[in-house]
Design a protein around this ligand. Structure first.
Ligand code: 4AD
Ligand code: MG
Length: 445
């Protein structure tokens, strides 16, 4: 057997004999020639079985290979600019072919399938090149986020998934029975981040979070991954300064590393290239005013109604899109009304009806991708807010302790991984951004 290589590295083996191990992505029968598109997870390359160059039994197998059959081939690499594939431009002349398993009739064919069918077959759909591109970009987004934080003095400190209390609100909790006691799946790692912040100064957590939100939208999952930094002595302005650097780094890293994948996804990257600091910043008050002005100027009554906004209500997705469309970069919206924001957000001095919160809205209709705030650090005020949550003080005793032992101003945010993937990849729906989506009507496979 020749050297086993990854298709991704094929250019380095021009003229040499190599072994490839993978799956048949597609096959074209030309009689004495079989063109096999072989996929190995790292890429796809064309392998050519020529009758004269193979044992008769092997050539017979080549002519019967079904889609997704697993095979091991050995042959020589040659440059051919016309050869399709990822990266493409090379093909392998097969000298030896070994069948590992002849696949049953594969349900996902190159023709169009309905999305529910594809989601039912997600365990197989992840093999297709579009999903391959998305999930590779997802992995890079995670490492780019983590690398930036690691390089800038943030410490990864993990937070629990099973929690005794609500982290965000009490309306979207997944409850579970914990040996006869109530427990919940974490909505956020934030409260623990705040404890860790006091131990390490600058921390972040990254993990799955859970929201039992009965909303069936293109932007909501029941289980999504969130990365959350938390920083001691940071205020809202510090937070926005840091966020814009962090988000730009992630975008620029993907652009640099994934030209091929972005091409597969047909992503127009011009709108991503300009995502560099500084990002525009507008207040909630200003956003409401702009939306109502836009509504006034709009002729279409339906559109008018969608844009109209009462002060004190949260943005719907048409509002987020309209605000984002006013700028050519992601936009920060700050100082939201406290009434619909989380219990831990610091009120604005002299104007307690609004809080020191900030959301980042992505361009092109992708909506809120980060949410954050300054946290209440006054012990009396936080006690009062926890009491109002109504879940019982005992579960929060540890959290209240944080305001008794060296409480400091601090701030943090959470970035939704899947929404970030949807934006960067230009996907219409969040379901393709995660290997196995958990949605209102889906927990299979
Ligand atoms: O705005 P959220 O709810 O903020 C928090 O959970 C804070 N505790 C974070 C923090 O300050 N440490 O959620 C943060 C982000 C949102 O901006 C969004 O990107 C994403 O998480 N997100 C969801 N993504 C997919 N599906 C859902 N159901 C989501 N809910 C929030
Ligand atoms: Mg939010």
């Amino acid at each position: 057997m020749a050297t086993v290589i990854s298709i991704r590295d094929i250019a380095q083996y021009d003229g040499q004999e190599v072994t490839l191990r993978g799956w048949v992505y597609n096959r074209t029968d030309k009689g004495k020639l079989q063109f096999i598109q072989l996929r190995d997870g790292s890429g796809i390359t064309q392998c050519v079985a020529f009758k004269k160059e193979l044992e008769p039994e092997q050539f017979e197998i080549a002519g019967k290979l079904t889609q997704e059959s697993s095979i091991i081939v050995t042959g020589s690499v040659r440059k051919d600019d016309r050869a399709p594939g990822i990266p493409g431009g090379y093909e392998v002349g097969i000298k030896n072919l070994q069948l590992v398993q002849m696949a049953d009739e594969y349900p996902i064919t190159p023709k169009d399938h309905g999305v529910e069918f594809l989601m039912d077959n997600r365990h197989l759909w992840v093999r297709s090149s579009r999903q391959w591109a998305i999930l590779r970009i997802r992995a890079t987004i995670i490492s780019a986020m983590r690398n930036w934080l690691d390089d800038n003095g943030y410490l990864l400190v993990d937070t629990p998934i099973i929690t005794p209390s609500a982290g965000e609100d009490t309306t979207s909790l997944f409850g579970l029975d914990y040996f006869g006691e109530n427990a919940f799946l974490a909505q956020t790692g934030q409260l623990y981040n705040e404890a860790n912040m006091a131990a390490f100064g600058k921390v972040y957590c990254f993990g799955p979070t859970f929201r039992a939100e009965k909303s069936k939208t293109r932007r909501h999952l029941m289980e999504f991954w969130m990365l959350e930094p938390e920083i001691a002595y940071f205020n809202l302005e510090d937070l926005m300064d840091m966020e814009q650097q962090f988000v730009s780094h992630v975008i620029q890293t993907v652009l640099e590393k994934h030209k091929e994948e972005l091409k597969i996804l047909e992503r127009d990257t011009s709108k991503l290239e300009s995502v560099l600091p500084p990002f525009p910043r507008i207040s909630y008050d200003d956003a409401v005013e702009r939306l109502n002005k836009l509504a006034d100027a709009t002729e279409d009554p339906e559109q008018k109604a969608l844009l109209r906004m009462d002060w004190g209500t949260d943005f719907g997705s048409p509002h987020e899109t309209a605000i984002a469309d006013m700028f050519d970069k992601p936009v920060f919206v700050y100082h939201f009304p406290s009434i619909f924001k989380a219990f831990y957000m610091q009120p604005v001095e002299g104007r307690p009806e609004v809080c020191r919160s900030v959301d980042l809205l992505a361009p092109e209709g992708y909506g809120e991708i980060t949410g954050g705030s300054e946290r209440i650090y006054d012990s009396t005020l936080i006690e009062e807010r926890v009491r109002k949550l109504g879940l019982g003080r005992e579960a929060y005793a540890w959290y209240l302790d944080l305001r008794r032992f060296g409480s400091v101003p601090h701030a943090g945010f959470g970035i939704g991984l899947e929404r970030t993937v949807a934006w960067i990849c230009g996907l219409p729906h969040i379901r393709e951004t995660i290997p196995y989506a958990r949605m209102l009507n889906r927990k299979y496979p």
